[in-house]
Design a protein around this ligand. Sequence first.
Ligand code: IPD
Length: 277
Amino acid sequence: MTDSWQECMNHCVDVTKQAGKIVREALEKDIAVMEKSSPTDLVTETDQRVEKLIISAIREKYPTHCFIGEESVAAGAPSVLSDGPTWIIDPIDGTTNFVHRFPFVSVSIGFTVNKEVEFGIVYSCMEDKMYTARRGKGAFCNGLPIKVSGQEDITKSLVLTEMGLKKDPEHFKTVMDNIQKILNVPVHGVRCPGSAAVNMCLVACGAADAYYHQGIYCWDMAGGAALVTEAGGVIVDITGGPFDLMSRRLIVASSPRVAQRIAQELTVFPCGRDDAP
Ligand code: IPD
């Protein structure tokens, strides 16, 4: 029997390659930066152009499928996950990195059916690394299998997170306190390279042992989620409970033990949901 999701994945890899080429070319030119919700929430003409290209190339082949795209949602499209085949797209994950040419910028696409991630593609544009993972079939970087470090000991772990300014001073303080608590465990170190999808791929290939974040979006997480689980890692809610793609928070780790140890340290703050009315 033909595996139709595999066909979708093959198409996704082709479309992601085209999108990545546009991002790489844009890095060679002047980048005009616009602000979205705040002075630290950036968007460029390339984010919008790449999302349009990705959606039109996929819709042409799969006209009945659903889409959740970062820039479409910013322009007012709904962000609701249905049971139907759904493409969750971040055309440039790491827009701030892109604007500064800080070398971790990705195109990230996750594909869900019945709200489960079937496959994920993350192309780290400046590194020229194509990460691919299909449910039950493993995780790969440029065609070679990858796996998590398998680290079980938090005190030997390198932990990734993000520390963007939060509008609410209480939340900002919590983000900073959480970093301090993780450093005090102690761990080997904390790093904040971004983008969210690249962070997840770094855990998937064993370069880091964990990543946690409160306040990201489903398009930041969907592609990387497939990579981490297929590379043998775990993905849980920030509380240590089951992961929810629309919850805007997560811990990914090399082992359940490291994930739960991080959850034990973190103070949770409300960050809303992607599908909030
Ligand atoms: C952002 C990046 C960044 C993370 C933010 C994300 P965007 O995505 O992944 O590293 O800190 O939370 O929203 O806006 O560049 O697509």
